[in-house]
Design a protein around this ligand. Sequence first.
Ligand SMILES: Nc1ncnc2c1ncn2[C@@H]1O[C@H](COP(=O)(O)OP(=O)(O)OP(=O)(O)O)[C@@H](O)[C@H]1O
Length: 333
Amino acid sequence: MTEVTAQRAEPILEVAGLRRTYGDAPGMLARMLRQPARRVRAVDGVDLRLRPGETMALVGESGCGKSTVARCVAGLESPSAGTVRYSGETMERIARRALPARKDVQMVFQDPYSSLNPRWPVGRSIAEPMQVLGLETGRDAAQARVAELLSQVGLAPEDAEKFPHQFSGGQRQRVAIARALSTRPKVIICDEPTSALDVSVQAQILNMMKDLQEEYGLAYLFITHDLGVVDHMADRVAIMYLGRIVEIGSREAIFARPRHPYTRMLMDAVPRLDEVTAGAPPLGELPDPANPPSGCAFRTRCPWAIAACAETVPPLEEVDGRRAACLRSGEVA
Ligand SMILES: Nc1ncnc2c1ncn2[C@@H]1O[C@H](COP(=O)(O)OP(=O)(O)OP(=O)(O)O)[C@@H](O)[C@H]1O
């Protein structure tokens, strides 16, 4: 499917012009030291469309705004501007009026403890979202559903009585996935769900997530810095740099012929991408997000940069079956 066709298909999730700025007002310490506010445009005009049953990977170095997109899309944070729609319904309306669409989106975090209460038996945490939304209120029905969910993620019904610390890291992530599945969502936002796990456990969880996707027609917005994971999971890929998407298209197109210099450099750095994320800079230092370069924010690290790159922010334009935001995208491949 070309990027043009993908854009035409009916989306389950549609993000338009999403912006999230932090630090509009200076904090107390900054005020005492008479420092100006440190204003960061963490997300600066992101558009995304996710179709039912599809996996879109959102990729980029630490600090480029991936988690902020995830939190805004999951309704955990309000955007400064732009809209998030599920099946055409805005997230604002969904959150305010507890519309049924609220059950359609769930989130899985890197750290399962973010969604599991350490003092609750996991069965209670798994049942919580469906009970909050009034889906399975009777005790027996809720228990039966928890047992069903545990077996869907490869655990035993008796595991409902255990506490989070009694599981291994991989099992704990299975529990977090069972909790996310409890409301029968259509979309799951996954923020680095396997990056804290050993490689072999990682593969098991990813394969299970693929099976669950197939069985329930789930769409995943999959946030990761790991291109191996992207290759394994994604139908489409969006590459983010300092708050903006710089390239978006099918996994095949992007892996075969990256058209943005940043995508290309990420791919060249593949074996060391964990170092990129850990801050070691095979690509050079990321500029200060509070003070990004004019024009194309990547130009200060870009071997293809020319004077014109400092003038304007290049728009995402169709090139070679995907969209890329680079004045020289035609020459990059
Ligand atoms: N609550 C906050 N207050 C102030 N700045 C924030 C806040 N959350 C994020 N930021 C800033 O917004 C930018 C994007 O952060 P974000 O966590 O979304 O990036 P990321 O790509 O998900 O990185 P990571 O992989 O490290 O989580 C960063 O410059 C970060 O410092």
